[in-house]
Structures are given as C-alpha cells and as structure tokens.
Ligand binder design. Structure first.
Ligand code: NAD
Length: 291
C-alpha cells in the first residue's frame, strides 16, 4: 500500500461517490485530506465522508505501526509520520468549482488549516442526459462544461501557482472512459472528458521539468449517485452485459488506483490516463468471435 504520510490532499466533490472513496483511501494511507463540497445541502454528506475518512486514517495508522520494523521510531523510514495522526487528518471546505473566487478562498483555507497542498484530486463532475444532441440546450451544455472542464482547469491553475512556489506536487483528474468512447445523448459530458484529457496531457508536458506531475484516472461505470440507472436492476444488468468483466466498479476500486497514481510509486508517470473500466475500452463487442 503506497504510503502518503505527511502529504496534504484536496479532493473536490468529495461528499459522495468516487470523491468520497478517494478521500477515505488517501486518509487511510496517511494523508491529511481536505474534503470539498459545493453547496450547504451537501454538508451532511461531506460530514459523513469526514467520519469515514477519520476511521480509515486510524486503521491505516495502526497498520503502519504494526508494519514498523521493531526498534525504529515513528517518523523514521516507512513508519508513521507527521500528518498521520487521526485527529488532524481531515477538514471540510465548501466551494463551487465553477466560481473562481470560491476556489481561491478554498485553497487559502486549506493552506492555512492543513498546510501546503501536495495533491489535488479534480473529481467534481456532473452529467445531464439529453433526448438528442441536436436538442441539447446551450444552458445544459455550458453547465456540464463549467463543472467538469472549466472547474478542472481553474483548480489546476490555482494548484500549479502554489506548487511552483513550493516543492512541486501532483494533480489527478478524474476523467472517464468517455474521454475515449463517444457518448450519444451526453454530448456535453463526452466533450468535457475529452477536454480533461487535453488538460492532463498539456499541463503534464508544460510542468514536467518543474516537479509537477499531472495524471488521470478514467473509470468505467461505477456504483455512485451520478448513475440514475443503478436503482433499476434490469438497466444495471444491461450495462453490466456490455462490460467485459460483467460487473460495474465499486468506488473503492477506483480510489485505490487513484492513491497509487498520486503516490511516489508512480513518480515517473505523468500525462497518462489509467483506464479502470473492467475492459470497457477494449472493443467489448470483440469479446466473442462474430462467426
Ligand atoms: P457523484 O455525483 O457521487 O459525485 C460528483 C460530486 O461532484 C458530488 O459530490 C457533487 O457534489 C460534486 N459537485 C458537483 N458540482 C460541483 C461543483 N460545482 N463544485 C464542487 N463539487 C461539485 O458521482 P461520481 O460518479 O462519484 O462522480 C465523480 C467523478 O467521477 C465525476 O467527475 C464523474 O464524471 C466521474 N466518473 C464517474 C463514473 C461513474 O460511473 N460513476 C464513471 C466515469 C467517471
């Protein structure tokens, strides 16, 4: 398990779903985690993320303590280090990632309560289904791009500005298989995620020689509130039948890959997107011979 002791991470959209799972996993690995949520109505969910992250942090700290070579003291080598005390791992920070002023305030707040941010997880995202692409309203199109693409850019920009003054850092963008697979009825979503790929690769190249890595994870269908079909057993079966592994992902499976990518175990990786999709991008229709 990659050790993130002493790191400070900010996870956007962490009150539910994949963001929550990533916040919990980073806390388990010793990071001090700031949990972002957008609106007051999400506060309770964000509190629940914090509660779960604190429990995971305590479990992780106990595990690292058991694995510590006898005779060594906490803080030495791979042992428990600063920032891994369960008491101070997590803070909540409200900000809408479409609003520049709120993002600036969020970074300031996290910086002063947790310390310099080493890891940014750009996870916040929405999707809107349309009857057809030619019937998509400009308002809906803009709303999705605003959160998924512009929000990713704005948070990355703020993070990089600070990371250049610090000792670098890592950005992980939560993209989607739809940065590769076209998605009828969800044009804005596909556009946003193709755009996230451009952000990942362009920023990775631009800042590679200044200690900043930029990577992405592209989940396939994952069990979170964004998927309306989850409440419909039949619809879920249809989705699963299209996935080579024949099941959807659990958010924790995505979170473990995210934690690996932001850790030093992946320190020579930048500009890459890791597809965690049960084989969905492998031309699933070719799984069985056609004739
Ligand atoms: P989710 O709805 O549980 O999470 C999305 C989160 O984004 C929510 O917590 C929400 O409060 C937050 N959010 C929305 N607007 C925001 C804003 N303006 N500012 C800050 N936060 C905001 O769904 P999820 O599946 O966990 O989605 C997380 C990410 O994973 C998204 O980027 C999504 O595109 C991506 N993703 C999800 C799946 C899937 O099948 N669940 C697959 C591929 C990619």
């Amino acid at each position: 398990m990659s050790d993130l002791s002493g790191r400070v991470a900010l996870v956007t959209g962490a009150s539910t779903g994949i963001g929550r799972a990533i916040a919990i996993e980073l806390a388990r690995r010793g990071a001090r985690v700031a949990i972002n949520y957008p609106f007051e109505r999400e506060r309770e969910n964000a509190e629940e993320t914090r509660r779960l992250a604190l429990a995971a942090a305590a479990e992780g700290a106990a595990l690292r303590e058991r694995q510590r070579p006898s005779g060594s003291v906490p803080g030495e080598g791979s042992a428990v280090a600063v920032g891994s005390e369960p008491g101070d791992v997590c803070s909540l920070v409200r900000a809408d990632v479409t609003r520049e002023a709120e993002i600036e305030a969020m970074f300031e707040q996290v910086g002063s309560s947790c310390g310099t941010i080493d890891i940014l997880i750009n996870n916040a995202g929405i999707q809107i289904e349309e009857p057809a692409s030619h019937e998509t309203t400009a308002e809906h199109f803009d709303a999705v791009l605003d959160v998924n693409l512009r929000g990713t850019f704005l948070c990355a920009r703020e993070f990089i500005t600070q990371a250049l003054d610090a000792s670098g850092g890592v950005i992980l963008n939560v993209s989607s298989v739809h940065q590769k697979i076209p998605r009828p009825h969800y044009l804005s979503y596909a556009v946003s995620k193709y755009g996230v790929q451009a952000i990942t690769e362009t920023l990775a190249l631009e800042y590679a020689d200044r200690g900043i890595r930029v990577v992405a994870i592209a989940p396939g269908a994952t069990r979170t509130p964004i998927q309306s079909w989850l409440h419909d057993e039949k619809a879920t079966q249809v989705v699963e039948s299209h996935i080579p592994m024949k099941r959807i992902a659990e958010p924790e499976e995505i979170a473990r890959m995210a934690a690996f990518l932001v850790s030093d175990d992946a320190r020579y990786v930048t500009g890459q997107t890791l597809f965690a999709d049960g084989g969905l991008t492998l031309y699933a229709d070719f799984q069985e011979p056609w004739s």
